[in-house]
Design a protein around this ligand. Structure first.
Ligand code: HEC
Ligand code: HEC
Ligand code: CA
Ligand code: CA
Ligand code: CA
Ligand code: CA
Length: 510
């Protein structure tokens, strides 16, 4: 078999720059022979679509509305997109927020098994009463795993870190199998909406979701609507009209919600990374350093990341944490062989997505590479995870390749088709100085804002009494809460982080 030109270029550059790396290049050439005609790997194909849900522009448009629809959560706070943002590599950017921590297996905050999860909803009865969950109450709950990317997820036959969604899609309302194979995106999409951690309340059913969608104005809470959404709203001002456009009649069902969201996700193909351009023969799309990183990646990482998506969706225990803490696939299949196995995800746009792994346990790519270099942190069951013992200079090259070479600029900068509305900012009422706590210093910041020209990032947070204006009554209300034991401030109160439920003209620049 003839070697593709690009890999020859890469190899010769490698040899040219550093003859010492020749030994390293050899196995890469072998790997390259298994690749496609364009270069090292086959180009990213169109996203697979099941025949039962063929992709149409109309369904994808509805899916885009639904994916970014905050009103799809029972408390109007959270859309799919709240936890899955393109600019964050398809994951949740709220990781600096201390409230994003889940206490992990031991239930105790502040130690090694803690997880960087995603902030969801307060555990709540659908009638409105909050429920003390003994962990997060009265705050919002946090998912027990890191939010993975929704972009390129459709290349995996099964979804979630533990593979519990797909390939079959069963209609949650009728129990009928609607898609026997290839329906992982559909199967996944119906889960968060009713989940009482992510978007739902304890007894939420599809009838309530349907009634709500019929009644609301689409994307009424979102701002900066992209052009296709604005055009869509002009033609189809409500959800029945959008469903009619997508499916031929206005009926709203769980299956149709799933079909539409999955269709939208299938339009998001992140195939304009520097790596893709290099693979197409544009040799300077990757810097020489990144090309060397690619060779090292091909040599060390391809067994599990060798698909055009750069993640083969196979399940492995690579030793991120002891398997008993989170059994991953093992808990889904009940097979002890699968204990601690998690899905090898697509690495496209991984540079935008820190922290890493199913527990968000590695803060950056340096930590991920140190992890692989040492052969895992805990006994990896997978024989392919072995000490690599690469020098730091080579780890830096792999990092450069991963971080720069795999980032699609349209994802990073939210350009079409990755453009999207802006979700409501979350804040804590009373927290004028935005340090996460509500105390006397907030009253001072609020007074400085009023009288000495101090700056406030989130005016809504300073509007302690939520009357839509900031004046002396706000620090007074805050001081009453702090020192006279007055009732909690209006939602999102000083004890619960969230969006402003009452519209006003105040700005919140988080
Ligand atoms: C509160 C945050 C949150 C919300 C809201 C949310 N997700 Fe997720 N999403 C997650 C987390 C966390 C996971 C991983 C869960 C696991 O693996 O157990 C996940 C997993 C996924 C995956 C699987 C990716 C893969 O490679 O396995 C997809 C796709 C996805 N979500 C899409 C959606 C859609 C569509 C919605 C809305 C209907 C949604 N998410 C709502 C946090 C969220
Ligand atoms: C034995 C298979 C295997 C090999 C070899 C392997 N990986 Fe992985 N990779 C995985 C699995 C499985 C996960 C998810 C593990 C988890 O979260 O528990 C993963 C996750 C990752 C992630 C985190 C992605 C995210 O979104 O959180 C990065 C980055 C990564 N791998 C890079 C690499 C690099 C670089 C190499 C080579 C040095 C490599 N991998 C080698 C299987 C592998
Ligand atoms: Ca813990
Ligand atoms: Ca504060
Ligand atoms: Ca006020
Ligand atoms: Ca308000």
């Amino acid at each position: 078999m003839l070697l593709p030109s690009t890999i020859l270029t890469a190899v010769s550059r490698c040899l040219g720059i550093c003859a010492l790396l020749a030994a390293l290049c050899l196995p890469v050439v072998v790997a390259a022979q298994t690749g496609g005609p364009g270069g090292i790997l086959d180009p990213l194909p169109p996203m697979p679509q099941p025949p039962e849900n063929p992709l149409t522009d109309q369904k994808a448009l509805l899916g885009k509305f639904l994916f970014w629809e905050e009103q799809l959560s029972h408390d109007n706070s959270t859309s799919c997109g709240t936890c899955h943002i393109p600019e964050a590599g398809g994951s949740d950017p709220r990781v600096q927020q201390p409230r994003s921590i889940h206490p992990g297996y031991d239930g105790i905050f502040g130690n090694d098994d803690d997880v960087v999860g995603s902030i969801g909803v307060v555990l709540q009865a659908c009638g409105g009463d909050t429920i003390d969950d003994g962990v997060f109450f009265p705050e919002r709950q946090v998912t027990g795993r890191r939010s993975p990317s929704f972009i390129a997820a459709g290349y995996h036959p099964t979804l979630f870190w533990d593979g519990r969604a797909g390939p079959e899609f069963v209609d949650p309302e009728t129990g009928q199998v609607l898609i026997p194979v290839g329906g992982a995106l559909e199967a996944q999409a119906v889960a968060p909406i009713l989940s009482m951690v992510e978007m739902g309340c304890d007894t939420l059913g599809w009838d309530s979701v349907r009634q709500k969608l019929i009644a609301i104005t689409p994307l009424a809470l979102a701002t900066d609507l992209p052009d296709d959404i604005i055009d869509g709203l002009i033609q189809f001002p409500d959800y029945p009209a959008l469903f009619d456009n997508a499916f031929g009649d206005p009926e709203i069902s769980a299956a149709r919600i799933a079909f539409a969201i999955a269709s939208y996700e299938r339009t998001l193909v992140p195939d304009r990374t520097p790596f893709d351009l290099f693979n197409e023969g544009i040799n300077d799309a990757l810097t020489e350093n990144q090309q060397l990183g690619l060779l090292l990646f091909a040599d060390n990482c391809l067994p599990c990341h060798e698909t055009p998506a750069l993640g083969d969706g196979s399940f492995r225990n690579i030793g991120v944490r002891p398997a008993f803490e989170d059994e991953g696939l093992g808990a889904v299949t009940g097979d002890p062989e699968h204990a601690g196995q998690f899905k090898s995800p697509s690495l496209r746009n991984v540079g935008l997505r820190a922290p890493f792994f199913h527990n968000g346990g590695k803060a950056d790519l340096d930590e991920v590479l140190a992890f692989y270099n040492g052969g895992g942190d805990f006994e990896p069951a997978d024989p392919l995870i072995v000490e690599m013992n690469l020098p730091n200079s080579e780890l830096a090259q792999i990092k450069d390749f991963l971080e720069q070479g795999l980032t699609d600029p349209r994802v990073e900068f939210a350009l079409p088709p990755f453009d999207h509305p802006t979700m409501q900012p979350f804040f804590v009422r009373g927290d004028s100085n935005a340090d996460g706590a509500v105390d006397i210093s907030d009253a001072i910041a609020s007074l400085q804002f009023l009288f000495t020209g101090g700056v406030i990032l989130c005016e809504d947070a300073s509007d302690s009494n939520d009357d839509g204006t900031i004046d002396i009554a706000d620090p007074v209300a805050l001081l009453a809460r702090l020192f006279v034991g007055a009732a909690p401030l209006p939602a999102p109160s000083d004890i619960s982080f969230g969006p402003d439920p009452t519209p006003d003209s105040l700005a919140c620049l988080y």
